[in-house]
Design a binder for this molecule. Structure first.
Ligand SMILES: [Zn+2]
Length: 93
């Protein structure tokens, strides 16, 4: 039986390692943060579980996301993006 190799990434919120498909992919594009839904955007990416708790804990780790993406972002930009994600999730419920 062939074993399919699944790339594993760690969540920036909880640090748990998960298969790429289970995590949201965040990339830096045109001066801002975007959610890469299709997983096709180039560049360094940050990964996060699609859970409020992980978004929230990343929010508390100031500068963690820009560090992971190796970009220098204003904290406000990072925070605004993450808060936007939380709001989106709330909207789904
Ligand atoms: Zn997580």
């Amino acid at each position: 039986m062939k074993v399919k190799h699944v790339p594993v990434r760690s969540c920036l919120g909880c640090g748990q390692k998960k298969g790429k498909g289970e995590l949201m992919r965040i990339v830096y594009k045109d001066g801002g943060l975007v959610m890469d839904d299709g997983g096709k955007l180039p560049g360094r990416a940050g990964y996060l579980c699609p859970q409020e708790g992980c978004i929230d804990s990343l929010l508390k780790k100031k500068g963690r996301l820009s560090h992971a993406l190796r970009v220098s972002l204003r904290h406000e930009a990072e925070e605004g993006f993450l808060r936007g994600l939380l709001t989106e999730r709330e909207g789904e419920e």
